[in-house]
Design a protein around this ligand. Sequence first.
Ligand SMILES: [Zn+2]
Length: 251
Amino acid sequence: MFNKLLVILIFNTSVYGNDIWGKNGHRAIGEIATQNLTQQTLKVVNKILDGQSLALVSTWADEMKSNSEFGKYSSWHYVNIPLDKEYKQIEKNPKGDIIQAINKCIEVLEDKNSPKIAKSFHLKYLVHLVGDAHQPLHTGRYEDKGGNDIKLKFFGRPTNLHKVWDSDMIDDYKMSYTELAESLTMLQQTSKSLNPEDWVFESHQEVKKIYSEVKDGDYISYDYINKNFSLIELKLYKAGIRLATILNEIL
Ligand SMILES: [Zn+2]
């Protein structure tokens, strides 16, 4: 019993801790996706989720991280790629990574024979993981745990690079998720790629620049936010549109 508990505890220690696109980021993505679903898809989504919205379920995968039974899914939230490599070139994590996980979710949802409980589980993960794949630091280096080990000060408050991109800048914006989603609809979305490898490639290009512009101990404030917030907005919007496009296609 003790050994089993220990194993669970060890595997439950995610590389990323609990720092993910803040709740508002994930919810805004769910909201944008919902606004872009067809009537038919919306009906199927409502059925699978028993009427819960995509925005509401978008943070469930993070909330379940403290449940030991979900430890085996912790590697689903990211993929570590060295800055001089691409996903194709790296050894794949046998426990799964964000690309494998998204493909798995799509596979289960597409399968007409999947039971409702499996569809619900994988839809909740899909909503969340499409978001995570668009947060550049979720494709960051293994050595610094995707920026978690790069300690920064955000207006004097201790934080880290991963968290600045997950939630600090979004929270500082002080908008509800619906306001945030609404504020993003004027952005132009051109790429409709539905391949999670393309999304990760895009995030990985961005993370190289993000890494190059800070160093451990830096003080982050308005200058940094002003320079970077438009990328966060664009990524939230892209994630929402891409999620909707996938769901319209497979459900
Ligand atoms: Zn996550």
